[in-house]
Design a protein around this ligand. Structure first.
Ligand code: ATP
Ligand code: MG
Length: 404
């Protein structure tokens, strides 16, 4: 374990607080994970006058770079976790695959949100889907495939389908599309015969997601429902404005997300991803127990961002309903944009992009651009949905992002 103090945190040395008393500015908030989500949480916490401490093994992690303290240690390093509990008055996570045991260890000493059990559930596609079923929320037809027997017994009506590892998938990694029983078998073997779910391949009309924040007292608020475009299983564009989705779907998505959060007694920020099928019906895909890429527009388009909502749930501050004040389009800035001119990485034309009114650039401090790597995002706001879209399309053209 290495501990770097980047800056002096405000306020006095941390002391244990009763969890029911709000943690006010001057206290120190901890984050497990040093990626871009942690970085933006840290920025928000610091803007409000909190101290911050990040635990991440990477010496140059996006959040570690900007936090008051960076504990450079593995997520299961007992010394690192003890140091985090010592420095932080409460701890949250930004990393999907942080070991639930680490959260449980921390929870013995400090308020932790979200709780270990919710994070563990979201890490396991079988547990996650069982929870959807319990909550009465429809998900894709599926079967767990963890043994040769289950492989042989896979229902034919799930084909064509998509085989996903139960654990550790993101951005479409650990997934194989299969059309026949033979392909299914080959795919399961190519994934090392690890436990998987086979989902029926659904004919999607579109995808959407919603972010809810739930406090320890059970109060719950939400951001508007986001419409998402994925390319190669990675989020490419999010559009949020009145009329982006039929009102009936918006209401169903909100009800489903609230049932899922309440069913877990969830405390913290939760994103629920949905599919909308070609027949117009809504199917839940998966949950993320943390801020989500599809919620980044809230930084510039809403009076409360998803990061401030996360902070308020963690600190036990009041949750007021966020209001979107501007129609918004978010463009993900993936590493390939640095290679639009050829094999040598070039800085994208930021000055031209920022000449377009209503563009807000967010970069994550990652040194090396690589295809598929999330380097940043561009939030585009405008006075109307048409204006935001028109500006976003101009920015996309400048950056080499295909039109949408
Ligand atoms: P992330 O965690 O980055 O959101 P992931 O690796 O967990 O991604 P999923 O959300 O399961 O992956 O799937 C990625 C994308 O693949 C979905 O957003 C959707 O576009 C497509 N997809 C996944 N499952 C199905 C399905 N059953 N039918 C149709 N499309 C699917
Ligand atoms: Mg997903």
């Amino acid at each position: 374990m290495q501990h770097h103090a980047n800056m002096t945190a405000p306020g006095a040395a941390p002391i244990a607080l009763r969890p029911q008393a709000p943690l006010l500015p001057g206290r120190t908030l901890g984050v497990l994970g040093g990626g871009q989500l942690g970085r933006m949480f840290v920025h928000t916490a610091q803007a409000m006058g909190y101290g911050t401490v990040v635990l991440d093994p990477d010496p140059d992690s996006p959040a570690g770079q900007v936090s008051h303290h960076h504990i450079q240690a593995g997520y299961d390093d007992p010394q690192g976790l003890a140091e985090l509990a010592r420095l932080a008055d409460a701890v949250t996570t930004e990393f999907e695959n942080v070991p639930a045991a680490a959260l449980a260890t921390l929870a013995a000493r400090r308020p932790v949100a979200p709780a270990a059990n919710a994070v563990a559930l979201a890490q396991d596609r079988a547990q996650e889907k069982a929870h959807f079923v319990r909550c009465g929320v429809r998900c894709a037809p599926y079967a767990v495939i963890a043994s040769a027997e289950q492989l042989a017994a896979a229902p034919a009506e799930l084909l064509p389908g998509i085989l996903k590892t139960l654990r550790l998938g993101y951005d479409g990694k650990g997934q194989r599309r299969v059309t026949t029983a033979a392909e299914l078998s080959a795919a399961w073997h190519s994934l090392g015969q690890q436990p998987c779910v086979l989902e029926q391949w659904l004919a999607l009309a579109l995808e959407c997601s919603v972010i809810v924040a739930r406090g320890a007292d059970g109060s719950i608020v939400h951001l508007p429902v986001q419409r998402n475009l994925h390319r190669d299983a990675i989020l490419a564009v999010t559009e949020v404005y009145a009329g982006n989705l039929p009102q009936a779907l918006v209401e169903q998505a909100l009800q489903a997300a609230i049932s899922i959060a309440n069913g877990l007694q969830y405390v913290g920020l939760l994103c629920v991803e949905f599919f909308v099928l070609q027949d117009g019906s809504l199917v839940v895909n998966e949950i993320a127990p943390r801020p989500h890429n599809s919620g980044h527009y809230s930084q510039n388009a809403c009076d409360l961002s998803q990061f401030e909502l996360q902070l308020r749930t963690l600190a036990g501050l009041p949750l007021t309903a966020p209001r979107q004040h501007s129609p918004a389009v978010m463009l993900n800035l993936l590493g390939e944009l640095w290679f639009a001119q050829g094999a040598v990485a070039q800085t994208p034309p930021w000055a031209e992009v920022l000449a377009l009114p209503g563009t807000h650039l967010h970069l994550y401090g990652k040194g090396q651009a690589r295809p598929g790597r999330k380097m940043g995002h561009l939030n585009v706001t405008g006075p109307s949905p048409q204006a935001a879209r028109a500006t976003a399309l101009k920015a996309a053209a400048l950056l080499g992002i295909a039109p949408f």
